[in-house]
Design a protein around this ligand. Structure first.
Ligand code: 13P
Length: 238
């Protein structure tokens, strides 16, 4: 089964990179590679206006209400977002989001016609004590996997550290995650890798059979580097 590779840029709390909002920017889908950009809330509309496939980094599960500082899935859909990140480890860490919140967000996204990109991944301590599969299984089993969603495996110890799992370790986890997906969706669900992905390590990770693309943080702030990762996704499929 061939899944179209997807390379997504998570710009986190950074401005849209220079050169991203042009018609020839590498953040547009190309050559059989899908792309998504995840800017801050403030820059969603500029990205949507440029025609980039755009997602929010978070959305509240309720449609409206007394939630100061939050933005709902309903509102995100209304301005033209197509995607939303759910359960990024930085949200779990900074905002105390738990599995139940992540599930509520993913379900709200689906109800509102947004495609959730749901992040899972173990901490360094969990990997060191060999509980990584147990933790990821707990995070994955609760998800609404009978619907069309994307999963991003982002080991917390690889995010922003310059350290990545070996391609074999990553493939092993991706295959494990795929085995947890109900059969009807197993072969079509894309599972992205995230955590210190860069132009040097992208090819060997993206060549793994169960790695269907990447969720790129810091390196995606440079359009040239992002373009190199897109190129690696093309090469990996050839
Ligand atoms: P880095 O690519 O900066 O490690 O971040 C990965 C990430 O958190 C993407 O969501």
């Amino acid at each position: 089964m061939s899944r179209t590779p997807l390379i997504a840029a998570n710009w986190k709390m950074n401005p849209v990179p220079d050169g991203a909002l042009t018609s020839d920017s590498p953040f547009h889908p190309q050559h059989g590679v899908d792309t998504i950009v995840f800017p801050t809330f403030l820059e969603l509309i500029s990205c949507i206006g440029e025609g980039l496939p755009t997602g929010a980094q978070y959305g509240h599960a309720d449609s409206t209400g007394a939630h100061t500082g939050d933005v709902s899935m309903t509102m995100l859909k209304k301005v033209g977002c197509q995607f939303v990140l759910c359960g990024h480890s930085e949200r779990r860490r900074d905002h105390g989001e738990e599995d139940s919140d992540v599930v509520a967000q993913a379900e709200a996204a689906l109800r509102n016609g947004l495609h959730p990109v749901i992040c899972v991944g173990e901490t360094e301590a969990e990997r060191k004590t060999k509980r990584h599969k147990q933790v990821v299984e707990r995070q994955v089993r609760v998800l609404p996997l009978r619907e069309a969603v994307t999963i991003a495996y982002e080991p917390v110890w690889a995010i922003g550290t310059g350290v990545t799992p070996t391609p074999e370790q990553a493939q092993d986890m991706h295959a494990f995650i795929r085995s947890l997906i109900p059969e009807a969706r197993r072969e079509t669900t894309r599972i992205l890798y995230g955590g210190s992905l860069n132009p040097e390590n992208a090819l060997e990770l993206l060549q793994q059979p169960d790695i269907d693309g990447g969720l790129v943080g810091k390196i995606s702030l440079g359009p040239d580097n992002f373009a190199k990762i897109v190129l690696a996704a093309i090469q990996a499929r050839n």
